[in-house]
Design a protein around this ligand. Sequence first.
Ligand SMILES: [Zn+2]
Length: 363
Amino acid sequence: MRTLFHNHLVQKSFWCMSAATILWSGLHLPAAQAASMGSQSPPASVSSKTDVIPTDKAALLSARRELYEQISAATGIPWFRFAAIDQYERTVAKKSKTAPQHLTKLTGITIPPPLWSGPLNPDQEDTSPQSISFFGGFGSDGSGDGRADPGNDADVLYSMARHLLHYGQSSSDFSIAIWEYYHNGRASQRINQFAKLYEHFGRLDLSGNAFPLPLGNTYAYRSTWGTGRSWGGARIHEGTDLFTPHGTPVRSTCYGIVETKGWNRYGGWRIGIRDIDNRYHYYAHLTGYDKKLAQGDIVQPGQTIGWVGSSGYGSPGTQGKFPPHLHFGIYKDRGITEWAFDPYPLLKQWENQEYRARRNKNK
Ligand SMILES: [Zn+2]
């Protein structure tokens, strides 16, 4: 029995590494078939169409968008909620050398075996919708081939959709469903943030960055990653200091959502923005913020969010303990922990990109 199921799993992907393309089956749902997914009985016919996972970024994003829209049409759940769950899982996934999932699946969502097949199911690789359902597993057949395959995009998203539908369609229902699924406050915060970003911009591609200060020769910065700091004990310097006069505008470096705003003992008046790649952009020592900006607001690259100052290193309001500068840091969320990484190379890159774009415009 087990071997049989194993063979099924192996069969699902046909590789052609030399052409850097992967042929696979199961995603494309004819409209009638997709519509029948909303009902209790799974679709009857099997889609025999084979697809290629695009390697080109734009094509990949449009294939993902199409997948979300299809499941959305079948279940009534907005596409951006699938996109948010998918993106969250992709940003916290451990890179696996043995099974490069991004080559065989469009989504990054992985529903672990005990959840998929049911915790008490003796066959943890079960793909029979009937026995999975008997053991209270998540796995459902969304592709219409009669199997609930955790490696099939339509099956995975449809199974997730069914979980969400238990709770309802409002955004607070969605929050509860996500909480119940992950039991991790950080995960539910991220997924809600991502859903908000996708809904606001109406697209999956939210790449694009800006240098945090207006270009010019009024600032100076260098790589100071990990050097000691004079205040606050033996912490390393997790960021880059950009020295510039008091009052210089500070701009958002990314498309993102305001996650924190307020006083911090080290950072003074600081603001933290989460981007769609689950990176936290941190701007410290400000003299003030854009008045309209509140927690949960959405920002774009280049948008003014505040002004350079010298606040921090003390109780709220402390200023002038050091020359005015912007402290800029980036932290990457890995699901359980958050890591700081050196923002200097990115700052250089964004600065160069902006100079290049400006030159091209002037031509
Ligand atoms: Zn600093």
